[in-house]
Every structure is written in structure tokens, then in C-alpha cells.
Design a protein around this ligand. Structure first.
Ligand code: HEC
Length: 157
């Protein structure tokens, strides 16, 4: 009898404790703190140029036609099913993307779309608007750089 009583007490205590835990830690609260935290944790570099692997700003020199052609080929193979230059497809039109984003931002979006759409305010907005996820297309950094070079030739066309 005594031991039964003890078990009941322990049980009751346990229930009370977990109930308390539940109250102070509602799933809603948790998510909103996490989101707020990750956004405020972005550096000003990341806000302007996106979230790495590219962590230094790319400077564009004279147009490199070899890269343009390489970029075009990769674009046709791995991007064109979702992007055109002047119309919305699955994703946004990219003809004027370099007028809105830095070259480094575009490279980081290509190389790290998962993290970008989770943490970067601009990419998060696009995800909400387009409601589909841009997958990482298995491209190397040099490929992303070549795509930027190709995109340079596409504005105003
Ligand atoms: C399966 C469809 C899909 C493929 C393939 C795809 N994208 Fe995207 N892309 C999207 C969507 C959708 C978005 C908007 C963000 C989101 O919802 O993830 C986007 C966003 C972008 C952006 C950001 C534009 C802006 O205004 O900030 C760039 C740049 C981009 N894509 C380039 C590329 C390149 C280059 C490739 C090929 C290597 C590619 N994408 C392949 C669907 C795709």
C-alpha cells in the first residue's frame, strides 16, 4: 500500500513537471525564436552577398566569352527547366537578376539554395512567392561563376 502511494506521487509529480515544460515551450514560440535568431545572425556581408560557400565579393572583369559559353551550356542543362530570362516559369525570370543581386549573391543562391531559402530574407520571400524549392544542381563553384558570366549577357535581351 505504502509503495503504491509512492508510485502515485512520483507519477503525479512527473505529470506536473511535463505539463509545466509544455507550457513554457510551446512549439510556436520555439519556431519564432529560431527564425528571428537566424535572421539577426546574418552578417551584413551575408545580407548583401548571400550565405556562403562564396565568402568574398566577386568582381566582374571584362566579359570572358569562354565562361559565357560554358555557363550557357550548364544553364541549358540544369536550369532552363525552371528558369527563363524574361518570364516566370517554376522559378523567377533571371534576365535582370544581376541588376537586383550581386554576382556573389547569385553564386551563393546557385551553390547553397537550401540554406539561402531558409535563412536569407530575400530568398525566403521568393520561396514563399514561388512555393517550390530550388534544388542544388550539383554544380561546382567554377560552374556557378560561368553561369554568372552567361547571365551578364542576358540582361535587356
Ligand atoms: C526545380 C526548379 C529549379 C531549378 C532546376 C533551378 N531553379 Fe533557380 N529557383 C527556383 C525557384 C522556385 C526559385 C525561387 C526560390 C525558391 O523557391 O527556392 C529559384 C531562385 C533562383 C535564383 C534567385 C533569383 C533572385 O531574384 O534572387 C537564382 C539566381 C536561380 N534560381 C538560379 C538558378 C540557376 C543558375 C539554376 C541552374 C544551376 C537554377 N536556378 C535551377 C527553381 C529552380
Amino acid at each position: 500500500m505504502k509503495s503504491l502511494l509512492r508510485i502515485t506521487t512520483v507519477l503525479a509529480l512527473f505529470v506536473t513537471l511535463s505539463a509545466c515544460g509544455g507550457e513554457t515551450n510551446t512549439p510556436d514560440k520555439k519556431t519564432s525564436t529560431a527564425t528571428a535568431k537566424s535572421e539577426s545572425e546574418l552578417t551584413s556581408f551575408q545580407l548583401e552577398h548571400g550565405i556562403g560557400p562564396v565568402v568574398e565579393p566577386i568582381t566582374l572583369g571584362e566579359l570572358n566569352m569562354e565562361w559565357v559559353e560554358k555557363g550557357r551550356a550548364i544553364f541549358e542543362m540544369k536550369c532552363e527547366m525552371c528558369h527563363s530570362m524574361d518570364n516566370r516559369v517554376v522559378g523567377p525570370a533571371l534576365g535582370d537578376v544581376l541588376e537586383k543581386r550581386t554576382p556573389t549573391y547569385v553564386m551563393n543562391m546557385i551553390l547553397n539554395p537550401g540554406e539561402m531559402t531558409k535563412k536569407h530574407p530575400e530568398a525566403k520571400k521568393l520561396l514563399q512567392e514561388y512555393m517550390s524549392i530550388m534544388p542544388f544542381q550539383n554544380v561546382e563553384r567554377e560552374d556557378a561563376r560561368a553561369i554568372v558570366e552567361f547571365l551578364r549577357t542576358q540582361s535587356d535581351s
